[in-house]
Design a protein around this ligand. Structure first.
Ligand code: PEP
Ligand code: MN
Length: 342
């Protein structure tokens, strides 16, 4: 941290700031210029609030130079992390050369619906089957998911088609049960800052897909990843799924720039979800193409055998022929940015 004192700050004011910084555990390097005194505060401490210093008398400006997260930062693993999903022998690597496609309906509705979805997405080259069994719906009167029964259907359909399973966990109390069915545990946007759930996920030996909250900064997303990592689980895939802005044409604003930003700040892989990112089926393909071009390590896409009858998020779900067409386009874009797609 660098503290710039105001012009004319008194010696007792400078000393009070130094005492406070030393009390916080920093070593101080003082530089007294013609006009300003500048204090360089160095040390291993990462948990501090710059405002504690900003409000001290005589302080002009405080600049934080280290990130507030450590394990999630790029410096921790400059070479990047490859997250392995699935049992040995059937592993899929996220963060490597291949753009990993995860696709399926928003919710598991029946064995027949998820089975047909699995066949479609597997035949197009997806690696993971998505489908919510516990749904975080905005209205309590909307379909809430089939629960464990849905997970059973999801697992069965995925296994039949050689796919792995990604599904959302909403409650840390469900974790132990979900581990039996799910290969990649999704934390939804609404739960990105559910710290009890994040702590629970820090203790499990399964990878986590952590979605960005609708009002979360990239720094807050990385701090949520830090929660999981601090518990010992380093297998995390981040997901940009759109944030809330003043724009109302699309359901959310898919922040494509978060992809290269996260790549610079963190070693964790990042995928994009253009379905929730736009909320409209006709806008999913362009944003999926943009995300791959921007360096996404994968995509999470809602695909339904008959979107118009879907029990949730039908408007943003691709029909089978639309997903097939998108995959063809992505097969041209991926090699142009040094990636592969089956
Ligand atoms: C979902 O993937 O169906 C979902 C609810 O996503 P999000 O948490 O991003 O809204
Ligand atoms: Mn959905």
């Amino acid at each position: 941290m660098v503290v710039v004192m105001q012009e004319g700050a008194s010696e007792p004011q400078v000393q009070a700031v130094i005492d406070r910084l030393v009390g916080m555990g920093f070593d101080i390097h003082r530089s007294t210029g013609v006009r300003h005194t500048v204090l360089g505060a160095v040390g291993a401490k990462i948990d501090f609030d710059v405002r504690d210093i900003e409000v001290l008398k005589g302080v002009a400006e405080v600049l934080r130079i280290s990130a507030p997260y450590k394990l999630a930062s790029r410096a921790f693993r400059p070479q990047g992390t490859i997250v392995k999903v699935g049992p040995p022998g059937r592993e899929v690597e996220i963060g490597g050369q291949e753009v990993i496609m995860m696709a399926g309906p928003c919710s598991v509705e029946s064995l027949d619906q998820i089975q047909r979805s699995a066949e479609i997405v597997a035949s197009c080259g997806a690696r993971l089957l998505r489908g919510g069994a516990f749904k975080p719906r905005t209205s309590p009167y909307s379909f809430q998911g089939l629960g464990e029964e849905g997970l059973r259907y999801l697992r069965e359909a995925a296994d039949r088609c050689g796919l792995l399973v990604v599904s959302e966990v909403m409650d840390s109390g469900d974790l132990a049960m979900m581990l039996r069915y799910v290969d990649l545990l999704q934390v939804g946007a609404r739960n990105m800052q559910n710290y009890n759930l994040l702590r629970g996920l820090g203790k499990v030996d399964k990878p986590v897909l952590l979605k960005r909250g609708t009002a979360a900064t990239i720094e807050e997303l990385l701090l949520s990843a830090e929660y999981i990592m601090a518990g010992g689980n380093y297998q995390i895939v981040l997901c940009e799924r759109g944030i809330r802005t003043f724009e109302s044409y699309t359901r959310n604003t898919l922040d494509i720039s978060a992809i290269p930003v996260v790549k610079k700040l963190s070693h964790l892989p990042i995928i994009a979800d253009p379905s929730h990112g736009t909320g409209r089926r006709d806008k999913v393909a362009p944003m999926a193409r943009a995300a791959v071009a921007a360096g996404a390590d994968g995509l999470l896409i809602e695909v339904h055998p008959s979107p118009d009858t879907a029990l949730s998020d039908g408007a943003q779900s691709l029909a089978p022929d639309q997903f097939t067409a998108l995959m063809k386009e992505l097969r041209m874009i991926a090699p142009a940015v040094g990636r592969t797609l089956p």
